[in-house]
Design a protein around this ligand. Structure first.
Ligand SMILES: Nc1ncnc2c1ncn2[C@@H]1O[C@H](COP(=O)(O)OP(=O)(O)OP(=O)(O)O)[C@@H](O)[C@H]1O
Ligand SMILES: [Mg+2]
Length: 341
């Protein structure tokens, strides 16, 4: 039986751009799917197709057991959506915005009011509740938008980058809200640029790039696929980065990633603690002072990097600038060339 969110061969083109190039998804009821991918990968397009805001060119989608293309209106009644860009009415207060949503869903006035109070509290907006949202900060708008998506508790929710722009405390609180929601049986599809968030919340993860799913599995499965341990070194002086990179190259089983500003170098290895001791000796012989060194398992960031050749988040590697490794820079340049075609 298909899950609460199901898609088969979704294709959506905009002119020459294949934003979705045959995407399959299957999200079991009561679970969270994390949709990851670099900017322009097709995440928002997938969310828009599944929530009836866009009609795919081809493919099939079923949400909450309802065919998205055949019965879009019915689907809309069964889902909640919080988009990538907060959609709140600027001229209404926070409280009025939530009331309005309640009314749209035909809640009784009293019930809508009570729900608004509850949500304003949950999203730290009680103090600002009676100000027009024009005066809200970006993070406040985002929180109000999320609250609006939760006025009714639909069985299936879509959140497109729900915590982008939230400070760490508000992000943590939203995670708690999401966990509660899911433990109550809600199915959630969430896109995010924060891999820690996917690690924390998602039962399954789909990585998309150029409109295609390029990997899927649990966070642990994806990390295991990326393989092995990493040696991570922080050198004391920036001038030593180049020599240290050379040393690591001799021990590594893959490319060395360099983060200039933190002077942190990471390289995949096999050989565990014994190898680590050898690395330390070699660095010492070369006179490289280190602030920190250790072995660690791959993180979801490593997975993302090795799959897409991109670091997640705002850092611009689209044109190869700021890329952490030469290979990434090359991929970035290739991407730019392709985009220019
Ligand atoms: N309405 C549109 N008209 C033309 N092109 C579009 C439209 N919407 C999306 N695209 C293109 O489709 C591709 C996928 O865009 P989409 O917004 O789905 O990416 P995304 O994965 O959500 O990226 P981001 O991480 O930046 O939010 C991009 O190349 C984008 O430029
Ligand atoms: Mg998007």
């Amino acid at each position: 039986m298909p899950g609460a969110i199901y898609a088969e061969g979704l294709v959506k083109t905009f002119g020459d751009v294949r934003a979705l190039d045959g995407v399959d998804l299957d999200v079991p009821e009561g679970t969270v799917l994390g949709l990851l991918g670099p900017n322009g990968a097709g995440k928002t397009t997938a969310v828009r197709c599944l929530t009836t805001l866009l009609r795919p060119d081809s493919g099939r989608a079923v949400v909450a057991g309802i065919d998205v293309l055949k019965n879009p209106n019915e689907v809309r009644r069964s889902i909640g959506l919080s988009g990538q860009f907060a959609a709140v009415d600027e001229y209404l207060t926070g409280r009025e915005n939530l009331h309005m949503v309640g009314q749209l869903y035909q809640m009784r006035a009293k019930q809508a009011k009570a729900r608004a109070v509850e949500l304003l509290e949950q999203f730290n907006l009680t103090e600002a509740a009676d100000r027009t949202t024009k005066t809200y900060s970006g993070g406040m708008r985002r929180r109000l938008d999320l609250a609006a998506a939760l006025v009714v508790s639909p069985p299936v929710m879509f959140m497109d980058e729900p915590t982008t722009g939230l400070d760490p405390r508000n992000r943590q609180q939203l995670w708690e809200v999401i966990k509660q929601l899911v433990s109550g049986g809600t199915t959630l599809l969430l896109t995010t640029q924060y891999l820690e968030e996917a690690d924390h919340l998602a039962h399954d993860i789909c990585v998309v790039d150029h409109g295609k799913v390029i990997a899927r599995g649990t966070s642990d499965q994806l990390k295991a696929q990326t393989g092995g341990e990493r040696v991570e070194v922080v050198v004391h002086e920036r001038e030593h980065i180049a020599t240290a990179t050379e040393v690591l190259r001799g021990f590594g089983k893959g490319e060395t990633t360099v983060e200039e500003h933190t002077r942190r170098l990471t390289v995949p290895v096999t050989g565990g603690a014994k190898l680590l001791a050898e690395v330390i000796r070699e660095l010492d012989t070369r006179g490289i002072e280190i602030d920190d060194i250790g072995l660690r398992r791959p993180t979801l960031d490593d997975v993302f990097l090795s799959l897409t050749g991109h670091v997640a988040e705002a850092k611009d590697t689209e044109n190869g600038e700021g890329a952490a490794t030469e290979d990434q820079a090359a991929k970035g340049r290739k991407r730019k060339k392709e985009a220019a075609k």
